[in-house]
Structure formats: structure tokens, C-alpha cells
Design a protein around this ligand. Structure first.
Ligand SMILES: [Zn+2]
Length: 67
């Protein structure tokens, strides 16, 4: 695989980005220059937000089997 930025050949990209036009791989230096490594680390540290329940919000559906 070649680095998408500097075209240097590499065995394994440090960061790979999937786009509509294909898979782009970046070497560790280019990934660092472009801020991709930080972006990936941030994305891994903060995975998709979980749904939070608010305490001051009433439930829409109240399940009451006694009635
Ligand atoms: Zn590169």
C-alpha cells in the first residue's frame, strides 16, 4: 500500500480512511501531520454517545399490567 499523501510505499498504513472512492492509507508521519492520529484516538476515547435518560423527564409509556 502507498501513502495517499506522499506516495511512499508502506506495509501497513498507520491510519486508513474509507471513502466513497476507495480506501486511503496514510503513513505514521503524514497521519501525524494531518492530525489523523489525534482524531482516531479521540474517536476511540469517546465512542458514540449512549442514550441518556433524563431524570426530570416522565416516561411516555407506563406499563401497568394491573389495569
Ligand atoms: Zn506519507
Amino acid at each position: 500500500m502507498k501513502c495517499a499523501r506522499c506516495s511512499r510505499p508502506m506495509i501497513e498504513p498507520a491510519v486508513s480512511i474509507k471513502t466513497r472512492s476507495g480506501l486511503y492509507g496514510y503513513g505514521p508521519k503524514c497521519a501525524a501531520v494531518m492530525g489523523l492520529i489525534q482524531a482516531v484516538q479521540r474517536a476511540r476515547a469517546n465512542p458514540a454517545r449512549k442514550q441518556e435518560t433524563s431524570e426530570d423527564q416522565m416516561d411516555w409509556i407506563e406499563d401497568d399490567p394491573s389495569t
